[in-house]
Design a protein around this ligand. Structure first.
Ligand SMILES: C/C=C/C(=O)SCCNC(=O)CCNC(=O)[C@H](O)C(C)(C)COP(=O)(O)OP(=O)(O)OC[C@H]1O[C@@H](n2cnc3c(N)ncnc32)[C@H](O)[C@@H]1OP(=O)(O)O
Length: 256
């Protein structure tokens, strides 16, 4: 694997995203996450998974530079579907997955974190879905998971303003479980992972299966619609402007 590694400490597998400078989720990295899940699922020494990012951020989202190489809306929708499937697999994964988020979890990075069962954050982390700043919409099920966690009004604010919230706010808003000073985050996350790892694997698997019944058919309809709209919006002139503006490090000017 190029951008992902994992190490077993006790019964906890710590998975590290290693794709400098921003741990951007290129399509290859999403496939690597899927492949790592295969390994972790069958390895009976692994009881709990702790996911974190190397460097300055957890993950700054899908790889915006890779977007410039995608030509059709269909291809873009396909990219979204792959991310949706992998993050859905994570949410239903038979072993608990904890995200330890420092720096930033933006766009696809936050969608990855929302696919985890528990989110621990640094107080100063930035969490958001800034896709509209690029002339896009979320594509990895964020449009459906975020309102379930924070409610529709706060999700609307986060989507429409593109402004991130801090780790401290994320806990107040129900998006994250606990916030810590950044230098304590990984130790605290490992402590929680070790505690959970002592539980019965069979009971943990059953508990996770039970949690999945809180999602209804509308969620899956919304996720399908999201990948369609992700592709439709991508072919607009505004999306081209938003993506170019990011690459050129300037403000976008959307004409509609
Ligand atoms: C379906 C999913 C869709 C999506 O996920 S769309 C993407 C949503 N994410 C975003 O829009 C976040 C974009 N990034 C940012 O807002 C900022 O960056 C940060 C807040 C994460 C960090 O800001 P700062 O500390 O000022 O650093 P910096 O110079 O902007 O970034 C460092 C390097 O990282 C690259 N980078 C950051 N995010 C991404 C990304 N998402 N895809 C590709 N590259 C990214 C930059 O370009 C730059 O690189 P260089 O040093 O070569 O100029």
């Amino acid at each position: 694997m190029e951008s992902l590694s994992w190490v077993l400490e006790g019964q906890v597998a710590t998975v590290l995203i290693q794709r400098p400078p921003a741990n951007a989720l290129a399509s290859g990295l999403i496939k690597e996450i899927d492949a790592v899940l295969d390994e972790l699922e069958t390895n009976s020494d692994v009881r709990v998974i702790l996911l974190k990012g190397e460097g300055r951020f957890f993950s700054a989202g899908a790889d915006i530079k890779e977007f410039t190489t995608i030509e059709s809306g269909e291809e873009f929708s396909k990219l979204a579907k792959k991310g949706q499937d992998v993050f859905e697999r994570m949410e239903n994964f038979p072993k608990p997955i904890i995200a330890a988020i420092h720096g930033a979890a933006l766009g696809g990075g936050l969608e990855l974190a929302m696919g985890c069962h528990i989110r621990l954050v640094s107080e100063n982390a930035k969490l958001g879905l800034p896709e509209l700043q690029l002339g896009l919409v979320p594509g990895f099920a964020g449009s459906q998971r975020l309102p379930k966690l924070v409610g529709r009004a706060k999700a609307a604010e986060m989507l429409l303003t593109s402004d991130p919230i801090s780790g401290t706010e994320a806990v107040q808003w129900g998006l994250a479980n606990k916030a810590y000073p950044e230098d304590e985050l990984f130790d605290k996350a490992k402590e929680m992972a070790d505690k959970i790892a002592k539980k019965s694997p069979g009971a943990m698997k059953a508990a996770i299966e039970l949690l999945s019944y809180t999602k209804d058919d509308r969620f899956y309809e919304g996720v399908m619609r999201e990948s369609d709209l992700f592709g439709e919006v991508f072919v607009s002139a505004d999306a081209k402007e938003g993506i170019s503006a990011f690459v050129e490090k300037r403000e976008p000017h959307f004409k509609g």
